[in-house]
Design a protein around this ligand. Structure first.
Ligand code: BT5
Length: 275
């Protein structure tokens, strides 16, 4: 199948200044995050350059967090990774997850008019028939120096663009696609160009020291809700009300005894808050 996301098409559609200017398209790949990380480890100083993007039309080993997988039919989605080389302290890594979620929401709204929100820590969701459905997942992987500075970060994004209802992957929480939500196909090329533009805008603001935390917190459906915290398939670790997030993106949950717990995204999965 001829893809609209090959190098010449993307090059002429790009509206960003530096993100995506170095662009690789692969018809299929294992995982774009793994491949880009491999290129960074094999490359010299600043090679590949910050803003390098690798996109594929089919992932054989698409990954989520905590060894989970990301599934998408060929040519249906946006499956890509972006390389950042932030000169930031390591504890700002979470800013990248926050700004990526905000950039995806903004880009999709601009391109389709669909109203989306975020589910802590990294899901982009839309309400359909009263239930929150996941349409995009974000996987951020960073490398930190001994001096606790960020060396690089690879931001992987999977957006369900034109997946028909019957081809949505079987998932723990409900999944949907932009096409299902909108009732018509969406241009992957146009959305991709807008997404990279929004990502660049949000990153540059963070690079100037503007924290994305407050806006991100306002977009979280999780805040104010009752949550069960635990790993999927394992016993619940604690239940309570999600009161908010701290500036590093950790979730603050008050349990039934009134005790406040700080939950790091790496530790847990939330259940029971999708509707
Ligand atoms: C995520 O993990 O949501 C991060 C997904 C990141 C995927 C991108 S694609 C490009 C780049 N290269 C990669 O290898 N990965 C990144 P997590 O929060 O752990 O969610 C994973 C869970 O989402 C799975 O266990 C499934 O239940 C569900 N899932 C899998 N595929 C899905 C899909 N297409 N739509 C909605 N949910 C899905």
């Amino acid at each position: 199948m001829r893809s609209e996301l090959t190098e010449p098409s993307v090059r002429s559609a790009l509206r960003s200044k530096w993100i995506g200017r170095s662009y690789q398209y692969l018809e299929r790949a294992g995982s774009t995050n793994d491949l880009l990380k491999k290129q960074v480890k094999a490359g010299g100083v600043n090679h590949p350059a910050a803003g390098a993007v690798l996109l594929t039309d089919f992932q054989e080993q698409g990954r989520g967090r905590l060894d989970r997988s990301w599934e998408a039919p060929a040519y249906s989605s946006l499956l890509f990774s972006v390389l950042f080389r932030p000169d930031w302290p390591a504890n700002r890594l979470s800013w990248l997850t926050m700004l990526a979620g905000l950039a995806v929401v903004e880009a999709i709204e601009k391109e389709t008019g669909l109203p989306l929100l975020l589910k802590w820590p990294n899901d982009v969701v839309i309400k359909q028939d009263g239930i929150w459905h996941k349409v995009c997942g974000i996987l951020l992987e960073g490398s930190v120096s001994a001096a606790q500075r960020l060396e690089y970060a690879v931001l992987g994004t999977g957006v369900n663009v034109n997946i028909p209802l019957e081809q949505l992957p079987p998932t723990v929480h409900p999944a949907s696609s932009l096409m299902v939500a909108l009732g018509q196909r969406v241009s992957r090329l146009s959305l991709f160009a807008e997404l990279l533009k929004q990502l660049e805008r949000c990153y540059e603001a963070a690079d100037r020291g503007e924290s994305p935390h407050q806006l991100w917190n306002e977009h979280l459906i999780t805040v104010g809700g009752h949550v069960d915290v635990g790993r999927v398939g394992q016993a619940t670790l604690l239940s309570g009300i999600a009161e908010g997030t701290d500036e590093w993106g950790q979730l603050l949950v008050r349990d039934d005894d009134g005790q406040l717990h700080t939950i790091a995204a790496a530790d847990v999965t939330l259940r029971g808050i999708l509707s």
